[in-house]
Write a protein that binds this ligand. Sequence first.
Ligand code: CP
Ligand code: NVA
Length: 311
Amino acid sequence: MKKDLVSITDLTSEEVWLLIRNALEMKRGGKTPDLKGQTLALLFEKPSLRTRVSFDVAMYQLGGHTIYLSPAEVGLGSRENIQDVATVLSRYVDCIVSRTFAHSKVEGLATYATVPVINGLSDSEHPCQALGDLLTIYEKKGKLQGLSLAFVGDGNNVASSLALVAALVGMEFTLACPKGYELPEKVLTLAQSFASKSRGRVACTHDPLDAVKTADVVYTDVWISMGQEEQRERRLKDFAAFQVGGKLLDLAKRDVVFMHPLPAHHGEEIEQGLLDHPKSVVFDQAENRLHIQKAILVRLLSNIPRPKIPM
Ligand code: CP
Ligand code: NVA
């Protein structure tokens, strides 16, 4: 049976730990499984630096290769319907990473493709980012269970995946956001149910100070995600009191680390210069996208029986 990674909810906490362990092992120079002869399609409706390059390099280092299909090329659901794209791609490639606007598109690809489908960011989730982030937090703190993460900003795709995965591994996730920008109800309910089993906690406040005062990790993301450009003026006003800067970090635990998935809008969600702050780990975080993508690819692509062609 093929396995997809469309949402964090496709994983158990054991599988999350396995991915982190395998990523660390490969990062430390351990034996790398061979994906020789395997091809990954990168089917993107939105721009990307990290996701595209890290998957491309990951596949190259694992012995396989990638084909990049840019937003202008495929017309997923417009030039050709999702079922036909998924069926045709499955005849050529061994795995598909897709970056879409509507989450239903990546779900549709997973439904119809006979090869694994990975969500490389949709309007609702960014699971690969969240897994890479746990790898970074684990490296910096030596544990995950019981750590407190304050997400200051929008209850968006990045926040949703992070809340779900943090809850799976027993972390305390607090979103500090303006009214009206909370996590989607469904995500909050699911994350809270994971947290009740893992001894974690998921909460929401409208006061950034309240969220960061016990934080081991302070995290933020852009206020205007890809596809929300028309809401720019309103969002800049609504989020004005939610900028993360050195002063806010000073109110957290002494050994707090600052994280951001990038790209960053300097002077908006972060104070100018914050990426170079001594507490910032954002470039290690960006590097870890490569190591976690390798673990994800190996998990989904190793030991998949190749279809036998009857003669
Ligand atoms: N963090 C992240 O996914 O970056 P890109 O949009 O550049 O891929
Ligand atoms: N929330 C951002 C994340 C980019 C990696 C967006 O969707 O644009």
